[in-house]
Write a protein that binds this ligand. Sequence first.
Ligand SMILES: [Zn+2]
Length: 261
Amino acid sequence: MDKVCKQASSAFSRCRVDIRPPFFDFVGIDRADPSIARRLASITISEVKQPFERQPPRKVGELEQMVINEQQFIACPELVTNLLYDGFMMQRVFYSMLPEDERITEHLHIIFTSKLACTFSEDDWRYHARALVCGTPSIISTSGIVEAPAKPREFYLYRAQAHYLSSQREARRDRDTDEDKDKFAGQYIDYHDKRITDAAIGYVYQATMFFITFGQPFCNLQNCRLYNSHWQSDLIRTQVLNPVICKRHKKLIDDFNKSAI
Ligand SMILES: [Zn+2]
């Protein structure tokens, strides 16, 4: 987090960057209080091909179990789970917890979470994992950094083939296995990968640019840090191997830093 803070302070010199305590500590949530766990459990997605308002109701007892699980996640926020959360609803829940005097655009809150944020797209009528949800607060999902940009095409072909072959012998595998991952190691950012920090810095740039440009956080140039990476190879190129800002965005940031407060 120190590296993220240092780079954000250096890039956006007009801003004072504070690292706050873990969010639930900062906003004074009583971790034993089940109400926040209930709110978070209620924004999970079970049907990725339906928007949030059409999610099927949870079965009797299922929500209660999810609340118990969620309380464990709150107690141990670095736990990675396979649950999907509606990113905009997550933003709404976190917004409601922000101190009232900080719910203004002079404060740019960026919350880092291991929860996998997803947003529903009406283009293909399904949820997609997101590394970044811009707004107040902005959310950077470390699971999203791993899951949102697509892995190499060959990875999916290899996995589909492996699943087909394994289905001949055993129950179908639904998750990436170590075997799948080892074969393509290094070609994408994985959980507990040090490169998550570099990628997170890029998303901090984008979250900030969203406010500087009134809603345009991305760049069309494939070598700019603000490029919207749909592939892991794009993410690694723009944030790890050659993390640079294009001339146009450099000027926008310079002008922002020079502008009156
Ligand atoms: Zn750019």
